[in-house]
Design a protein around this ligand. Structure first.
Ligand SMILES: C[S@@+](CC[C@H](N)C(=O)[O-])C[C@H]1O[C@@H](n2cnc3c(N)ncnc32)[C@H](O)[C@@H]1O
Length: 262
C-alpha cells in the first residue's frame, strides 16, 4: 500500500512522524517525491488527516505522472482520461495555480473524481466526454500541457488484478492500440505549439507503448523527451517501468513536445 502525500499541506517527513505516532510504519519511496510505502496495509480511516486530503492511496509509478508533467503556475492543463481522479488531484497538489480540465468518457466513474476533488479541497473543471472527439467538449483555447493516461490492457498491474490474465484476449491489444492512437491524434491539435503531452499506460506491452508512440511521432513530428528516472528501461520513445518486488507497478511514460512552427 503506497500513499501520495499532499506536500502542499504537510511534508513527507512530518507525515511519516504522524504515521509513526499512530503505530503505522512506512518509508519514503525512492522515485516519487511524494510517496510513502507502508510496511502493512491499513484502513484509510486510520490514516492521519485522510478525510482532509493530506494523504491518498496511489501506486508510486502512477504518482510519477504529476512529477513528469511538472505543471507550472498559470498553465491550462487537460487530464484527458481522468476518472477516478488520482492523477487529476496529484496534478493540483503539485501546483495549485493551474486551470485543469478533468475529462472522462464514463460518467459514473467520473463521479468519483468529484468526490476525490472534494475530499482533497482542490478544484478542477470536470466534464464527461470522449477524448477522441474534442468538438464536443473543447472551447478552442489550447492547452499548455496534456496528460493522456490512456485506457490499456493493465498488464502492469496484474499482481493487483490477477483476473486480467483471464479476461484479456490477444485481439484486445490491437483494439486498445487503435484507441490509444485515435486519442493521441484527436488531442494533439488541442495542444499549443511548444506545449507538452505526457502519454501514460499501466501496460508492459510494446504494442500499447513504444509502438504507439513511434507511429504517432512519424505522423505528427512530435519531439520526444525520454523521461529521466532511475527506474525502468528507456527506449528512443519513452520509459518502461517494470513491476518491482516490494515496489511500484508496471507503467509506461512518453513525454512529447509539440514543435513551435517557424
Ligand atoms: C487508466 S484509467 C484512468 C485513471 C486515472 N487517470 C487516474 O489516475 O485515476 C483510463 C480511463 O480512460 C477512460 N476512457 C476510456 N475511453 C475514453 C475516451 N474515449 N475518452 C475519455 N476517457 C476514456 C476510462 O473511463 C478510464 O477512466
Amino acid at each position: 500500500m503506497t500513499l501520495r502525500i499532499a506536500t502542499r499541506q504537510v511534508t513527507r517527513e512530518d507525515y511519516l512522524h504522524m504515521l509513526a505516532e499512530q503505530g503505522i510504519q512506512g518509508h519514503a519511496t525512492p522515485f516519487s517525491q511524494t510517496g510513502i510505502q507502508l510496511e502493512q496495509p491499513v484502513s484509510v480511516d486510520d490514516l492521519p488527516q485522510f478525510h482532509e486530503g493530506w494523504a491518498s492511496v496511489q501506486d508510486e509509478a502512477a504518482q510519477l505522472a504529476a512529477q513528469l508533467l511538472a505543471p507550472r503556475d498559470g498553465e491550462r492543463i487537460l487530464d484527458a482520461c481522468a476518472a477516478p481522479g488520482g492523477k487529476t488531484v496529484a496534478l493540483l497538489e503539485a501546483c495549485g495555480d493551474i486551470e485543469l480540465l478533468s475529462l472522462d468518457a464514463d460518467a459514473a466513474r467520473h463521479a468519483r473524481t468529484v468526490e476525490y476533488l472534494n475530499r482533497c479541497h482542490v478544484h478542477a473543471q470536470v466534464k464527461t466526454g470522449d477524448a477522441g472527439d474534442p468538438m464536443n467538449w473543447w472551447d478552442g483555447r489550447p492547452f499548455d500541457a496534456i496528460l493522456l493516461d490512456a485506457p490499456c490492457s493493465a498488464t502492469g498491474v496484474l499482481r493487483r488484478h490477477p483476473d486480467i490474465r483471464f479476461l484479456r484476449r490477444q485481439e484486445d491489444i490491437q483494439a486498445l492500440a487503435q484507441l490509444q492512437a485515435r486519442l493521441l491524434d484527436a488531442l494533439w491539435p488541442t495542444l499549443r505549439p511548444g506545449g507538452r503531452l505526457l502519454y501514460a499506460t499501466c501496460s508492459v506491452l510494446k504494442a500499447e507503448n513504444d509502438h504507439v508512440i513511434e507511429a504517432f511521432c512519424h505522423r505528427s513530428h512530435a519531439r520526444v523527451r525520454v523521461p529521466e528516472l532511475d527506474s525502468g528501461v528507456a527506449s528512443a520513445w519513452g520509459r518502461q517501468l517494470l513491476p518491482q518486488l516490494n515496489g511500484h507497478d508496471g507503467f509506461y511514460y512518453a513525454l512529447l513536445e509539440k514543435p513551435v512552427q517557424g
